[in-house]
Design a protein around this ligand. Structure first.
Ligand SMILES: *Cc1c(COP(=O)(O)O)cnc(C)c1O
Length: 394
């Protein structure tokens, strides 16, 4: 083989963002999931600007809330994000592969058994109990750890993870004395999406007292809703997740975030159902008139949650999709791969086999879809499944 000339290479310019795709090809997929990376970028910039001079980190657990951790990390790093929170080491590894410099905190914390992975990834644990803190101390003393400090997570009322306030107060002196390597003091709000909940004030007050014990160590309290609750939650760093992905951080008020996720499902056929006939498993929906039903190729295996009722015979808000620009109601039970939608009120010529219906988007917001399904935007996003054709639009 001819020897290649060895010209010294200029440093690579930062890669231009490009639209990427994943999953089955669009002609084969039952649905198309579009992630708007420009909207994600804008959402990050908006919150980052709001909390200045504090830092805006990003929570990318759960495959970045179902939006694709690789593409999301790349986009947020480009938007200036330099601290990421994941749930576990596997996610941290994915983030590290996309950003060499960023600080990565692992929310599920430290265990001696996984210490080697923390070294390899240069990820930092979020320490959430006294036992864990002791294990971490031992690890730092016996290893040549150079991955930076850990975060100390203190519970101020959530009662999920975190040292108690008393435990934290007891170790504060020791942590402040030695160069102990605690780089972040954090806590988590339980009710930030309910501005009038009395627990908010209690948690904010407790955290303020804690901070005074750990003076000089940066602190972090707010998730997405916290950011839109009160500026007293900003501290040195905020940790939004859902708001970056377009979820409404201030329920009951208009959503300040740009929508990031759009979902379409393919109509496999349109069928006639006579008045009095039923649709789907369990025959839970009965046609009150001669009806046309569109069968769409997305079901509970694709994150169209089955639990909430789809019948319109009760007071419950109907669950809707948009067909040819018109809101239509789901009918009968959601199946694994399919759902049925009443398109009787859409002109016959406007609904055809192979057309796409909009399941999220066109004004049918993520939060509305979640509410109709009896859940929250977080669960809708993280349930979406792997069968859609995915487009990460720049
Ligand atoms: C998930 C999580 C967040 C992000 O919460 P959002 O409500 O999605 O903004 C922040 N902090 C901790 C500890 C979390 O577990």
């Amino acid at each position: 083989m001819a020897r290649q000339p060895t010209v010294p290479q200029a440093p690579a310019p930062p890669p231009e963002p490009v639209t990427t795709t994943g999953g089955p090809p669009p002609r084969e997929a039952g649905g198309i999931l579009t992630i708007d990376l420009s909207a994600l970028y804008a959402n990050y910039r908006m919150i980052a600007g709001r909390v200045l001079p504090g830092e805006c980190a990003a929570v990318v657990k759960g495959d970045a809330y179902g939006c694709g951790i690789d593409q999301v990390t790349e986009t947020l790093a480009r938007a200036g994000c330099s601290t990421f929170f994941t749930a576990n080491l596997d996610e941290a590894r994915r983030v590290r592969a996309k950003t060499r410099e960023a600080v990565i905190y692992v929310l599920n914390g430290f265990s001696s058994a996984s210490s080697q992975s923390f070294i390899e990834i240069a990820a930092r644990p979020v320490i959430s109990s006294s036992v864990e803190l002791a294990e971490w101390d031992n690890f730092v003393a016996t290893s040549h750890w150079s991955g930076g400090g850990a975060a100390l997570h203190v519970d101020t009322g959530m009662n999920r993870l975190g040292l108690t306030v008393e435990e934290a107060a007891a170790v504060a002196g020791r942590i402040m004395l030695a160069n102990h390597g605690v780089a972040l003091l954090m806590s988590h709000l339980a009710c930030a999406d309910q501005p009038n909940h009395p627990l908010n004030d209690r948690q904010i007050r407790q955290f303020r007292e804690l901070r005074s014990l750990f003076r000089g160590i940066p602190s972090s309290l707010a998730n997405s809703s916290g950011v839109f609750l009160d500026s007293s939650t900003y501290c040195d760093m905020v940790r939004p997740g859902i708001a970056l992905y377009g979820g409404n951080p201030s329920p009951g008020r208009s959503n300040p975030m740009k929508p990031v996720v759009e979902l379409q499902g393919r109509i496999l056929q349109v069928r006639h159902v006579e008045k009095g006939a039923t649709v789907g498993y369990g025959a839970t929906w009965t046609a009150k008139r001669d009806s046309r039903i569109a069968v769409i190729a997305a079901g509970y295996a694709d994150g169209i949650l089955r639990q909430a009722p789809t019948t319109d015979g009760n007071a419950q808000a109907p669950r809707e999709v948009i067909v040819a620009g018109k809101r239509c109601r789901m009918t009968g039970r959601i199946s694994m791969d399919l759902m049925a939608v009443d398109v009787t009120d859409v002109p016959v010529s406007a609904v055809r086999r192979d057309m796409m219906a909009t399941l999220i988007g066109e004004g049918l917001s993520l939060d509305e879809v979640a509410a109709q399904a009896g859940t929250i935007s977080y669960e809708v996003l993280t349930s979406l499944g792997q069968r859609y054709h995915r487009i990460w639009k720049v």
